[in-house]
Design a protein around this ligand. Structure first.
Ligand code: PMP
Length: 430
């Protein structure tokens, strides 16, 4: 497999773009090779500019639950595009989109569209502070909620990959208002509430997808719901990954917990830039123009993004067996990988929640941030490179989950399992 064109493209990009990329994990930093540059993608396959084909488990980091360039979506968008690309005035598809989300999430009575997950969580926290008239927030170690200042403390995803506990440039006054608790440890949360009566909200990934995949224990989420109510604080579910992925009604549908606010992103944009936050009308109506909490966006509710998102949701809503199919594929992958792991007798743990799946290079169980950190990132890097050589594109970092789509076939999964057998042998020198 040749990577020459990608290498050259990376050198050129580095001259003009910091690190050559517009989002850190794309640089393949932790696997220590030049990133592949992409030419095109279709279904479960992605093609780099050297002409290599890969089975793609990044899937744009989550939005593409229907695979790349899904025909039902891309065929229609041309007409939409010709009508106009952005108006800065309301369109009816924004209402249709909002209704779809409200109908799917009983906890969401009203929803505001933004342009990214970062904007969604940042705005939800501002709203929570305004509603509760309190200052502080609780987040969990290893959870990533985008890159707004107050949430860039002991974060996940790229910050874990690059070992950045708190970003320079984030003021200490901001950090003072962010309390970091331990995921799946309710006592750490209870203690924080006992120590401060100024906590506006707890924000949590109801299944963590940014320190690899780590399932929240049901009692943990239930207790979070109870504690936040008891202390007049809001519970915010960050369903940017899990929303419309874990089930049509997200993690909250599965765990049967109603948070006060929910953040969305990824799938609801069908591959175009979108985020959203929603919740009880009483809270949401505090946002301008009804209330004083200011939040706005030139491109918010962009008609093309709404078209892609709405139609993605429409397909998911009308084909709910998609979720069982996705889970079956994830189970098949899990089983195949576990067979290799047992046979080779290696310290690898597969975490899977529904169709969210992740490969940790350590002995399990991996159910907490401290367990996650025991994973051997060097071994993951070798594994990643061996898989890449065999045409399988995994997330280029240990602390990310694999993303499956409806376009992944049984044959894709079988090829992936076969390749993993070889890659494990190289990574563990077996
Ligand atoms: N929340 C979660 C749970 C995420 O996974 C992400 C992005 N991976 C974000 C928020 C931020 O979303 P965006 O990258 O669209 O700003």
């Amino acid at each position: 497999m040749e990577f020459e064109k990608s290498k050259k493209a990376f050198d050129e990009a580095k001259k003009y773009i910091p690190g050559g990329v517009n989002s850190p994990v794309r640089a393949f930093g932790s696997v220590d090779i030049a990133p592949i540059f992409i030419e095109k993608a279709k279904g479960s396959k992605i093609y780099d500019i050297d002409g290599n084909e890969y089975i793609d488990y990044i899937c744009s980091w989550g939005p593409l639950i229907l695979g790349h360039s899904n025909e039902k979506l891309v065929n229609g968008i041309e007409d939409e595009f010709k009508k106009g690309t952005s108006y800065g005035l309301p369109t009816q598809i924004e209402t249709k989109m909002a209704k779809k989300i409200v109908d799917a999430y009983p906890s969401v009575e009203k929803v505001r569209m933004v342009n990214s997950g970062t904007e969604a969580t940042m705005s939800a926290l501002r709203l929570a502070r305004a509603y509760t008239k309190k200052k502080k927030i609780i987040k969990f170690e290893g959870c990533y909620h985008g890159h707004s200042d107050g949430l860039l403390v002991k974060s996940g995803s790229g910050t874990l990959t690059y070992g950045i506990p708190t970003s320079p440039g984030v003021n200490s006054t901001v950090i003072e208002d962010t309390i970091v608790c331990e995921y799946n440890n309710i006592d750490s949360v209870k203690k924080a509430f006992q120590d401060s009566d100024d906590i506006a909200a707890v924000i949590v990934e109801p299944v963590a997808g940014n320190m690899g995949v780590v399932e929240a224990k049901k009692e943990f989420l239930e207790e979070l719901r109870k504690v936040t109510k008891e202390y007049n604080s809001l519970l915010i579910f960050d369903e940017v990954i899990t929303g419309f992925r874990l089930s049509y009604s997200g993690a909250q549908g599965i765990y049967d917990i109603n948070p006060d606010l929910t953040c969305f992103g990824k799938i609801i944009g069908g591959g175009l830039p979108v985020g959203a936050y929603g919740g009880k009308a009483e809270i949401m109506d505090m946002i301008a123009p009804l209330g004083g909490v200011y939040q706005a966006g030139t491109l918010s509710g962009n008609p093309l993004a709404m078209y892609m998102g709405y139609n993605t949701l429409e397909i998911l809503e009308n084909n709910k067996d998609i979720y069982d199919d996705l889970q079956e594929k994830a189970k098949k992958l899990e089983k195949g990988l576990n067979e290799h792991i047992e046979k080779l007798n290696i310290d690898v743990t597969i975490n899977r929640v529904k169709a969210m799946i992740c490969i940790f290079m350590s002995q399990g169980p991996v159910d907490s941030y401290s367990q996650v950190m025991k994973s051997d990132t060097d071994k993951y890097a070798i594994f990643f490179k061996e898989m890449l050589k065999q045409g399988i594109l995994l997330p280029p970092a240990q602390f990310e989950g694999l993303f499956l789509s409806t376009a992944h076939t049984d044959c894709d999964i079988e090829k992936t399992i076969d390749a993993a057998g070889e890659a494990f042998k190289v990574a563990f020198r077996k």
